[in-house]
Design a protein around this ligand. Sequence first.
Ligand code: PLP
Length: 475
Amino acid sequence: MTAITVTVSSYGYASGMSDLRDYVVGLNTQVPVYGGRRPYINLDNAASTPPFKNVLEAVNDFAPWYSSVHRGNGLKSRLSTELYEEARQVVAQFVGASPKEHVVIFGKNTTEAINKLSYRLPLKKTDIVLISHLEHHSNDLPWRAQATVKRIALTPEGGIDQADFTALLNQYAGRVKLVAISGTSNVTGHIPDIHWFACKAHEASAQIFVDSAQLAAHRPIRIGRLDDPAHLDYIAISGHKMYAPFGTGALIGRCDTFTRREPEYRGGGTISLVTPTIVDWAAPPDGDEAGSPNVVGAVALARAIKTLERIGLSTVARHEAALTRYALTKLKEVPGLVVYGETKPSYTSNRSGVIPFTVGDVPSHLVAAILGFEWGIGVRSGCFCAQPYVMSLLGHDRQAQHRIRYNLLHKRRDLLPGMVRISFGLNNTRKEIDVLMQALAAISEGKYGEYTVDRVTGFYSPTGVTEDFSGYFKI
Ligand SMILES: Cc1ncc(COP(=O)(O)O)c(C=O)c1O
């Protein structure tokens, strides 16, 4: 049984930063580009990271032992149940959750976690949820469905304006039930002082949710005890952004919320008793994990967390801050390139390694296509599921937004505004940034191939080239 335990003893760790690349799968993959092949450079870690090698090993080692959890009596079921619950503890410890006060609910991802919380909180349409203007759509739309959303304004650097937050708390005193903000922006990398926001929210008798999708793999998170005014009431994380892309994330929060009211999904696993006329709901977390859970995903997430802990999130943060400083310095040298959000290379304490930019008037999807097809560099382009924020950063007013809507209604996604985003993981290097800079310099000088845009999707591809994926992988 020791061979498949999710504890750390069975696999090795590198001792220094130079070994960090050894942790990650697929880093030296050669990909075809114009005129040959290049090693793939993944600068899209904010969307999804590759898996850690030892996470993949955990999945493979566990597979022969996998069986259904909680209700089976066979050895494999007992073992799977043990590991699933151990994984829950690993997640709890990762954020400093207390077994007496908190519950860890496994689910697919951050989006699912936020939707769940939005159903589980006793919100009414007249209640106010304060979100910021920089939120990902996943930390905006679920709240709009349950309550009245008010948006905290941005600072000139694209951060969350603390003065506006205080003013909104005063303006809506007694009505603000929840403050829901990102622990790190997926657009500019801005890291708000979440514990300051927590203190203010609690002073106003509101609770706080921190969307930690972009935080968990980059900075330590402390949820805090409930009697600490700086505690966080709820957080959500996604395994696929933490080197464990196997379909599991988690909502971690105060237990009392999940003992009240009925769960939003009902069915197997959620009850303690069902008769034709009675339903007694199971205690948390079971009542909130309807159906058969993703045990493999939970084991993978736990292994990734153990690995991040062993490497040390402060080590990760230092490495990514150094890369961010370097990239911000170099980006300044590219003619016509504009970086959005905080641009000072020295300012890395309150930001992660996520950098958005535009290159002159070259459309963002075209820049991304050139980077991908000619340089083997993977980045994101567009609005990154944060349209209000990106449009504000680009200076698009209401009138411009109506024009954008008109274009979308007429199937012209190619006319959507957007940016290019690079985002670092622990495996990125300065050398990779140097290749990116070479590519961006070429783009700014107009040195790139011919591309055709698909007006409906907005995406660009090299003119006359048809991609063939049949040689890569078969299901
Ligand atoms: C800040 C933020 N919140 C929420 C999400 C949604 O995460 P998921 O797609 O894992 O549900 C993302 C994804 O990019 C994100 O960056």
